[in-house]
Design a protein around this ligand. Structure first.
Ligand SMILES: C[S@@+](CC[C@H](N)C(=O)[O-])C[C@H]1O[C@@H](n2cnc3c(N)ncnc32)[C@H](O)[C@@H]1O
Length: 420
């Protein structure tokens, strides 16, 4: 039998685990608690009993919380939750010597997550469909989820039943589900289905409000469309875009709209705006100025370009496919603009930030899902003469250690040189 130890939880870590001396990470525990725990690794333990409960402990609202790894902190009361989450951002900024008062965290409603990375496994008893267990590859079968769009949750029983025939014994598939504006869009990742199974996808889609099903053998491979009832559509402002399978989207529409309105307020009446890491044009299309949108992924960029052509007169939004890590926009290119938006992937935009820092763009709005890489890039901008004037945390990834944010940097306009 596993040896049980008693641990005192000192603090809540960035991922939402309680941390005891060692450090030993103990999921689902809270600071101030004394817990009995079994070791499950050098620096990890699983709580099997709580000797002293924190007054901040609440009943988790989701019945799957004890097993499912999708959420980490449903057992924490709301006020300390907000304090912990905003504290992650304050700490990341402080680690780079940036002291900034944060705006109040924008709360994003439950049931609004419009994309889910589900996993499925054919078992002896049927099909497990859901998320991986906390800290493990084990799959937790779910029939409800508080964060996901009800449109995705409603599909789970039919999807599970369909997969019972579609998957071979012991076969696993990853399923990327997106609630597009006109129906569900699925991207399946796993072994190649045979002809009969491929054919069965069209009927399954038609019967369940699924607009498109794409498949690929493994991540990184170009997906093949196996069923197309209608092209999925996502509207950004007045422009509709057909996203490529598995394309990046802000996880929740209310978060996207809140960020877009922060951006609009910060860029104000800017006439020429550059949107770096523009994705499908999420933030470019709703703006009123002339926007140059730059995106590295060729499929996303083509989808954005098609949206721009259909939605606007020529020149209102221009699109460029460009790898901003290898070929960042240089300071002299950036100087043409009155405002810049940059929303890089999790690892941030070290190179691009250096060129922004050297530019004279008066307003830079950064969007980030990673406080640590954001703080690193923010330091570069501040060292280049920018003032970090506003930081808004956006709780797009409810009950997890992930945090979205939107921040505004300003730089006084350079006086024009004398004309000769
Ligand atoms: C966090 S997403 C933001 C997308 C968009 N702003 C939105 O909100 O939907 C980051 C985007 O950067 C793109 N990207 C990643 N690496 C890149 C690179 N080296 N150069 C240009 N774009 C890149 C991704 O394809 C993705 O669309």
């Amino acid at each position: 039998m596993d040896e049980t130890v008693e641990l005192e939880i000192r603090k809540l870590g960035a991922g939402g685990d309680g941390i005891a001396d060692g450090p030993v990470f103990v999921p689902r525990t809270l600071p101030g608690e004394r817990v009995r725990a079994t070791r499950i690794g050098k620096d990890r333990a699983r709580a099997v009993g709580i000797a002293t409960k924190s007054p901040d402990r609440v009943e988790p609202p989701c019945p799957h919380f004890a097993q499912c790894g999708g959420c980490a902190v449903q057992h924490l009361a709301d006020a300390p939750y907000v304090e912990w989450k905003t504290g992650l951002l304050t700490a990341a900024l402080a680690a780079r010597g940036l002291e900034t008062k944060l705006a109040p965290m924008l709360r994003i409603a439950t049931g609004t997550r419009r994309r889910a990375e589900l996993a499925a496994l054919r078992t002896q008893g049927g099909v497990s469909l859901g998320f991986h267990a906390e800290g493990s590859s084990e799959l937790v079968d779910i029939d409800s989820c508080l964060v996901l769009s009800p449109k995705i949750v409603a599909l789970l029983p039919a999807l599970r039943a369909f997969l019972a025939d579609f998957l071979r014994p012991a076969e696993a598939f990853d399923i990327h589900a997106t609630a597009a504006d006109n129906g569900i869009d699925l991207l399946l990742t796993g072994r190649s289905p045979d002809a009969r199974k491929r054919a069965s996808l069209a009927d399954f889609a038609a019967a369940n409000g699924i607009v498109r099903i794409a498949w690929r053998r493994e991540p990184g491979e170009a997906p093949e469309i196996l069923a197309l009832h209608e092209s999925p559509r996502i509207a950004f402002g007045t422009v509709e875009v057909i996203p490529p399978p598995g394309a990046f989207l802000q996880a929740a529409r209310p978060a996207e709209l809140a960020i877009a309105s922060e951006i609009a307020a910060s860029v104000g009446r800017a006439k020429r705006i550059v949107d770096l890491y523009a994705g499908l044009g999420t933030f470019s299309f709703p703006l009123t100025g002339r926007v140059h949108a730059v995106e590295g992924d060729a499929a996303a960029s083509a989808a954005m370009q098609a949206g721009a052509r259909a939605g606007f007169r020529a020149g209102r939004v221009t699109c460029e496919t460009r790898d901003l890590e290898r070929r960042p926009l240089l300071a002299e290119e950036l100087d043409e603009y009155d405002a810049a938006i940059f929303d890089p992937p999790r690892e941030g935009a070290r190179e691009q930030a250096a060129h922004l820092a050297a530019s004279s763009v008066p307003v830079v709005v950064a969007v980030s899902c990673n406080p640590a890489s954001f703080a690193r890039d923010a330091r570069v901008l501040v060292d280049g003469g920018y003032t970090l004037s506003r930081v808004v945390p956006v709780d797009q990834f409810l009950w997890t250690g992930h945090l979205e944010l939107v921040a505004t940097f300003t730089k006084p306009k350079k006086p024009r040189g004398p004309r000769y």
